[in-house]
Design a protein around this ligand. Structure first.
Ligand SMILES: [Zn+2]
Ligand SMILES: [Zn+2]
Length: 354
């Protein structure tokens, strides 16, 4: 290594990323860890970032390397990283949501909710569309020693495979035999969502909802009990009423998050039902006040997952209880892959291999 690395970087919003040769990051603080990227997932959040849609809410300096779903190997550690926790060569998954470590959220283990939380590739730090990434502390790495997992299996678990896990954990006490859960949007998150719904909800029936037959086919392979094509079903409400014997859905995990998906969700929700919004496609939705009161609806937001939840999903992967649906791409093809993601042509998660 000549001290230079290849990184795909945003130079200008709405423009293709440029593949640059830049200096390899250098450890300057004792807790830091340099990670050799083995794989980095592509997320719709990357599209929002690259298009500049988020430039006011997440101000960043350009050029910037995106990529927040990262796994790889420890290359170098700072002086204070305990050897029994982490050493060069270890396989690691990168936890996003780097909190301050001190506030009430961080102290309760919810660092992704910290007011000062930073994400690789989404805030001031460079991300994983690169050969190497510098992590500010070993506290943000989950060490996966002796695992049979490959970086490309671990990378999507740090976001796509984590976010629906937390969302379903929030509401699983409302589910069980005779109950129904819907996963709305079978993209990167939804295919994991269907699997967690089968594992965590004690016999509930799982409804997968999407506008693409390919994605519904994937949901079926992941164990969904009913497939609902939102494009071709002209009467969603009647369809769900028939399939559930009039009970409707007790929980809906909205992996899309638009005005339309919120409206659809409310229309097929059971009394006392819950909607958990994890998708970020829309900006606002109207809540029908009377229906919400009369039917005691619950509406939750759910952000990412915490460090221990990342450990749990990695545990599920190691035990063979969940499977990934990934398509691998070369870092050099990053702009083409971004186009595929925009056009909805990637089934499951697209993963870049530097
Ligand atoms: Zn993401
Ligand atoms: Zn904090």
């Amino acid at each position: 290594m000549d001290g230079h690395i290849r990184s795909a970087r945003i130079h200008e919003y709405k423009k293709p990323l440029k593949l640059d040769n830049i200096s390899r990051p250098v450890i300057s603080r004792d807790e830091e860890v340099l990670v050799k990227v083995g794989a980095c997932g592509l997320c719709h959040s990357d599209l929002h970032l690259i298009s500049g849609e988020w430039k006011d809410i997440i101000p960043i300096n350009l050029p910037k390397t995106p990529g927040h779903e990262i796994a790889g190997w420890v290359e170098e550690v700072g002086k204070s990283v305990p050897e029994n926790i982490m050493k060069p060569g270890d396989l690691v998954a990168v936890f996003g949501g780097w909190g301050c470590g001190w506030c009430i959220y961080c102290k309760s283990g919810e660092e992704q909710l910290c007011a000062f939380a930073k994400w690789p590739g989404l805030s001031s730090s460079d991300g994983g569309f690169s050969e190497y990434v510098l992590i500010p502390s070993y506290r943000f790495l989950v060490n996966v020693p002796n695992s049979v997992a490959r970086p490309e299996d671990l990378a999507p678990l740090t976001d796509a495979g984590l976010t629906p896990y937390r969302a379903i954990k929030k509401v699983r006490s409302m589910l069980g035999p005779g109950r129904n859960i819907g996963i709305l949007g079978i993209g990167g998150l939804g295919s994991y969502g269907v699997q967690y719904a089968k594992i965590l909800t004690g016999g509930s029936k799982v409804f997968a909802m999407d506008r693409s037959d390919n994605k519904l086919e994937l949901a079926s392979q992941c164990g969904a009990d009913y497939l609902v094509n939102l494009r071709s079903s002209d009467n969603l409400v009647d369809g769900i009423r028939t399939e559930t014997g009039g009970k409707m859905l007790d929980v809906i995990i909205d992996c899309v998050g638009t005005d339309k998906t919120f409206h659809d969700s409310i229309s097929i929700l059971a009394k006392g039902g819950s909607i958990v919004i994890v998708g970020l496609f829309g900006t606002a939705a109207k809540i029908p006040i009377a229906m919400t009161v009369l039917n005691e609806y619950n509406i939750f937001g759910s952000l990412w997952g915490n460090y221990n939840e990342l450990r749990e999903v990695i545990e599920l992967l190691n035990e063979g209880k969940i499977k990934n649906n990934i398509t691998k791409f070369k870092l050099d093809d990053v702009n083409e892959v971004i186009g595929f993601l925009k056009d909805g042509q990637i089934t499951g998660r697209g993963v870049l291999i530097p």
